[in-house]
Structure formats: C-alpha cells, structure tokens
Design a protein around this ligand. Structure first.
Ligand code: G3H
Length: 248
C-alpha cells in the first residue's frame, strides 16, 4: 500500500512572513490522516517555516538543490545548507527549472544523487510539452527523463524517491490531463521502473501527478490506481483549497 503524498509547490510566492502565517493555518493538516502532506517553499523561508512546523506532521521541502556541497556557485544553495535546516524533500527537475534555468537530465541526476547522499528525499519531475504530446513522442520523452534521472541510483535508494509526472501543457494553464491519460503515463513510468529494477520497486515507488490539480478534480485524480499523489502549484497557495486537496 503506497502512502498518498500531496505536496504544495509554492514556486516564487509568499514572503517569509506570509509563508509563516499560512503554515500556522495548515500545520494541523498532517494529523489524523494517512496522507503525507508537504510544503515546498522558497529557500529564504525554509528556516522560519521549519520552526513554525515544530511538532507538526506536515513535511518541508525545497524547490531545488545544488549537487555540490560548497564552492564557487554564485546564487546556489547546497545540500549541506538544506540538511542543516532539516528539510525532508527537494523538488528536482521541475519543468520551470528545465525551461528557464537550463536544468538538464544530467544535472537532475547529479541533484538526485546528492539529495540521497544527504538524506533529503528527491521529488523528481518529468513531463512532456504540448508539441511532444501532439507528436506522439510524450512517452519517449518521459522515458529518457526517468532513465537519466535514475542513472546510478540503487534499488535501496529508490525507496526514498518520489516521482512526479507533470505534463508541461497542464501546469498553471487550467488544463488538466484527463485522469485516465495521467494514469496511463504514470503506469508507463511504473513499467520503466520495473524494467530497470524489479516489480516490487515499481509497485512501491510513489508517483504523483501535477498540473492544474484543484479541489474540483483531485478526487478523480487520486482515485486512479497508479496515481499516488499530487504536486500542486496554484491551489496550494490558498488555505481552503489546500485543505480540500489533502482531504481528497
Ligand atoms: O509543481 C507544481 C506544478 O507545476 C503544477 O502547478 P499548478 O498546480 O499551478 O498547475
């Protein structure tokens, strides 16, 4: 039985004080539930929000991580810095990082490895563009992304990884993949994991869907057999919406 995981990705939203205020209102959402609740917040807010989450079952994540522990990488944040704050998760390879900040499959793989080495669980994002979906190359694209992201990752390490399928055309657009299409791609990802590792790992790895998930569609998405959770942008910024999402 895979534990459902609903993660809010705040992206570049909420100042530190706004974030702390918000977390005060949602920090009980991880109580009395089988759902794992995560908030992935801007780097500058991590420490304050970690303090606010003391005693809470809501987990904390960053939205990126650098693969080196230190060095001449102006503007970057290292795994040691994140580890000291005590985060649980790091989103890696989000399509916005790939699109605007030149993230590649190679850097995604390095970041996955460094996260695991520092006890931070990676949420690894993959997904196709609209053009690739229309050309029928979506599966090919996702297969390459998954295979490269997981290069050199051991069977044991797979239990610390969460995968997230986010079709780029569904992110922030209000367009959601139909729950059946999302499930089909996620089942395909599970098959890739099975091919690379084994059936047990493919049946235990958690795979989220992301892209315009809202209170109105979350139940249908979560009812799909292969979908274990949601990585949510816009709707994770509002208390009522986020509450409904984690109670799908
Ligand atoms: O990381 C979250 C995804 O990019 C989805 O964002 P969205 O829910 O605003 O479409």
């Amino acid at each position: 039985m895979r534990k459902p995981i609903i993660a809010g990705n705040w992206k570049m939203n909420k100042t530190i004080s706004e974030g702390v205020d918000f977390v005060k209102q949602i920090k009980h959402l991880g109580d009395n539930t089988d759902v794992e609740v995560v908030v992935c917040v801007p780097f500058v807010s991590l420490e304050s929000i970690k303090k606010e989450l003391k005693g809470s079952n809501v987990k904390l994540g960053s939205q990126n991580i650098h693969w080196e522990e230190n060095g001449a990488y102006t503007g970057e944040i290292s795994p040691l810095m994140l580890k000291e704050i005590g985060i649980d998760y790091a989103i890696i390879g989000h399509s916005e990082r790939r699109q605007y900040f030149a993230e590649t499959d190679e850097t995604v793989n390095k970041k996955v490895k460094t996260s695991l080495d520092h006890g931070i669980n990676p949420i690894v994002c993959v997904g196709e563009t609209l053009e690739e979906r229309e050309n029928n190359t979506a599966k090919e694209k996702v297969k390459v992304q998954i295979t490269k992201a997981l290069e050199g990752i051991s069977e044991k390490e797979m239990s610390d990884i969460v995968l997230a399928y986010e079709p780029i055309w569904a992110i922030g657009t209000g367009k959601t993949a139909s729950s059946e299409d999302a499930n089909e791609m996620i089942a395909f990802i599970r098959d890739i994991v099975k091919e690379k590792y084994d059936e047990e790992i493919s049946e235990t790895v958690r795979i989220q869907y992301g892209g315009s998930v809202k209170p109105q569609n979350v139940t249908e998405i979560m009812n799909q057999p292969d979908i274990d959770g949601a990585l949510v942008g816009g709707a994770s910024l509002k208390k009522d919406d986020f509450t409904e999402l984690v109670r799908f």
